[in-house]
Write a protein of this length. Structure first.
Lengths: 256, 245
């Protein structure tokens, strides 16, 4: 219920502002689907969903894979194997997203060219790489804490029935850690969706970029940015609903 | 038994000492356990008795002295050769009882699934709960869970079984069902080292009883001596306390 109350409150805030504002404050005609011009504008804005979703999903999947690869050495016995994990997490976590985006988009191709790789990074992949790497430091910490939360006796029991450490991780620890990892991981996915808006500054025509472009030609920032916020709201609510469904399913599995 | 010639004793510990930082948990432990012997270790909490079995299970390391199992170091044992039963059962809660049992044979021994299942069902019969094979550990009583844990160890066909206070987390009415299973196992000739305060079990099953206090192995006696004429005052006091109830 609380999950529904917040968007409702936001919507009523918008409605209240809209009704109580003096005439001329709002100009919804700019995205009124019943007029040809409004219809053109609104479809232009909504087409941004495709890029935002693609960037977010690819970045999230990559972040999970990188995060797991970064988290696993944290459980090595050797201090030297654990060190790269700490360095990666502390270093990546310290870089703000926007500077990293600039570095990847403008700087990384130069680095790659200098080592003989003639790769051009387009805005789409620039955004995916940046979001994935930036987020992977947090994903790695989520994996680490989720794995550490599994009682030590589980790993000990696995050892006494002859499993190697890798087998214990795969068959005993990770399946139990997933339940603890999933909710914070979903939060990170929501974070990625929202941070994908930064891709607009390197020229990716996702939701935010399209809104910006329309504002420049239509001079209706209030209406267009209001719609933009609602677009992100819809995405995030869908993700939250998906996660709750998944959690319920896993709880049902556990008590079966 | 094929492995009976691999080392004169099943377990040999010589002058084993262990510290946690500055705190010494084991002092010069020297102990041998013969093939097929049943040893019960008792002593007040914090005496180091759990640490001894955890060392033998390879779950901890020591700083001084030598430990040999069947003439070999602990880390040179075959996979699952040393079975361990924990106070808290430590069953895998996300797997069914049957899957708990076949995991080791399949992944550590490379046994085909059908063979592992047959073996698992045989051991579930032996601990008298074959009908629970499809359930999750969380749906079983404590006594049933501990019997599953014993069966899980047995599925690896261990040479030596270690028990670390296997009945201490159980309600009184479930202790007997677990001890019964352990007595069956003892009758079949399994080499067993058991940390427990169940003195009735010790009297019926143990070949020798070891008493530990403050990290030392104070004395090791056959039960008839332990219960009638303990050599040390500390052991006598300890027995007096726990047998009163």
């Amino acid at each position: 219920m609380t999950k529904i109350r917040l968007p409702l409150a936001l919507l009523s805030l918008f409605a209240l502002t809209a009704c109580s504002a003096p005439p001329g404050t709002w100009g919804w005609y700019v995205i009124d689907p019943s007029t040809p011009a409004g219809w053109t504008n609104i479809t232009f804005l909504l087409r941004g969903f495709s890029a935002t979703i693609q960037i977010s999903v690819l970045a999230a999947v990559a972040s999970i894979i990188i995060g797991l690869l970064v988290a696993l050495p944290a459980f090595a016995r050797s201090r030297w194997l654990r060190l790269p994990n700490r360095i990666y997490v502390e270093f990546i976590r310290a870089i703000p997203l926007l500077p990293m985006l600039f570095w990847v988009f403008y700087g990384l191709p130069v680095v790659l060219r200098s080592i003989g790789l003639d790769v051009n990074i387009d805005p789409f992949w620039g955004a995916v790489i940046t979001l994935a790497v930036s987020d992977s430091a947090f994903t790695a910490e989520i994996f680490r804490s989720g794995i550490q939360a599994v009682p030590r006796g589980q790993a000990e029991a696995a050892q006494t029935i002859g499993l190697t450490r890798a087998q214990a991780m795969r068959y005993v620890i990770l399946p139990q850690a997933v339940r603890r990892i999933l909710p914070p991981l979903a939060n990170q996915f929501i974070y990625i969706v929202k941070m994908s808006a930064f891709a607009s500054v390197i020229g990716m025509a996702e939701l935010t970029r399209r809104a910006n472009e329309l504002v420049v030609t239509e001079y209706r920032p209030l209406e267009i940015y209001t719609l933009l916020i609602l677009e992100y709201l819809v995405l995030v609510l869908i993700i939250s609903a998906g996660v709750r469904w998944l959690e319920r399913k896993m709880n049902a599995d556990e008590s079966r | 038994m094929a492995n009976i010639n691999q080392g004169k004793h099943a377990v040999t510990m010589a002058q084993v000492s262990k510290w946690y930082d500055d705190f010494q948990v084991l002092r010069d432990i020297t102990l041998t356990v013969d093939h097929g012997e049943k040893l019960v270790i008792c002593g007040p909490s914090g005496s180091g008795k759990s640490t001894v079995v955890r060392l033998l299970a390879g779950l901890e390391t020591h700083q001084e002295g030598t430990i040999k199992l069947y003439g070999q170091p602990v880390d040179a044992q075959g996979r699952g050769d040393v079975g361990m039963v924990f106070q808290q059962f430590n069953l895998f809660p996300h797997l069914s009882v049957l899957d708990n049992l076949i995991l080791g044979p399949m992944r550590a021994l490379g046994m085909p699934r059908q063979e592992a299942r047959d073996r698992a069902m045989a051991y579930l019969e032996r601990v008298r709960i074959p009908e629970q094979a499809g359930k999750r550990p969380g749906q079983l009583s404590g006594g049933q869970q501990q019997r599953v844990a014993i069966a899980r160890s047995l599925c690896m066909d261990p040479k030596l079984m270690l028990f670390d206070e296997p009945t201490s987390a159980l309600d009184p009415e479930m202790i007997a069902e677990v001890l019964d299973v352990m007595e069956d196992l003892a009758r079949d000739g399994m080499t067993m080292i058991c940390v427990t305060h169940e003195m009735g079990f010790a009297r019926r099953v143990a070949d020798r009883i070891a008493f530990m206090d403050a990290g030392e192995m104070v004395e090791v006696d056959p039960p008839e001596i332990a219960f009638s004429a303990p050599k040390s005052a500390r052991f006598a006091q300890f027995l007096d306390k726990i047998l009163k109830h």
